[in-house]
Write a protein that binds this ligand. Sequence first.
Ligand SMILES: [Zn+2]
Length: 312
Amino acid sequence: MRLRKQLCPACNKEKIWVNILKATVKSEGIYKCIKCGLKGMIPIPSDSLAQGLYESIAHDFDTVKAEMASRSIDYYHSLINRYVSKEPQEMKLLDIGAGLGYYSNAFGHLGMQVTYLDGDPISVAFAEKYQKSISTFYYGSAEDYLSSSQTTYDVIFCRHFIEHAFLPNHMITFMLSKLKPDGIIVLETDNNDSSEVLMHPDSYVYWRNVYLEDYDVSDLKRLLKLKVTAISKRNTHWWAFNLRNIEQLVINNSGRVLLKKDYYLGDSYLWPNIGDYKNKVYDEMDNMTQNYIEYIGKTGEGGGMLVLFTHK
Ligand SMILES: [Zn+2]
């Protein structure tokens, strides 16, 4: 995709991309919008790279994951209830990028009528086999579904998916077009302002290898300064937002933000699937690193972000 001369999908300003990091082998570099600070990989590589990405995570049904999802969904439900005054049985929910379906299924357990949507065949097959509280399955691209379906929803749940969209602004517009007038969208993505992932021993090694391989950056100071780790070619993360430009993205595409917050790796409700991982490595950290990670979890620099929004 040729995006260099395209509007920034967060702030809608034109031709304001500056290259901040060059790739080692192929032509995809990392660019930054000088108006809003959105960072992105330009041009976005062929989506064939996503093939097989999730093969390693879909195996047997995991009761621990299901319990964690159930606890998370109780928390999401309490948030949703602040803005949507309906019983779960009266709510239709669309889960975009629903993956293995643990969250969809937990919403279904509450009584909601859940539509599962994902473009990865292995994930869809897994969810259809195991997640029996989901009402409807859709296998295909979010854009195709959102532009063809006539159904509207009380809740659209879009967890860690917007960074994979070629055009995040179109996704926001599409989602709002499928949202009931009194409905709510739950959007989450990585927080690019966070340095947390680089201070965490395991995730540091992971990201160091990504940037060493794809961009020839092995210098931690440089990575901390560039703040690009929400972008990852191997995970098909094309865009990196922070709390400011994610709000701009919503506002500029006719949405109204109701709540925005960051959260840190291993948050017991919002990022529990790496909870064990956090505990495992926590013992290996020195006090100063532990304190730092707790600190950034409280200062808008947590690794993840949650935004609730509705129609303008
Ligand atoms: Zn911008």
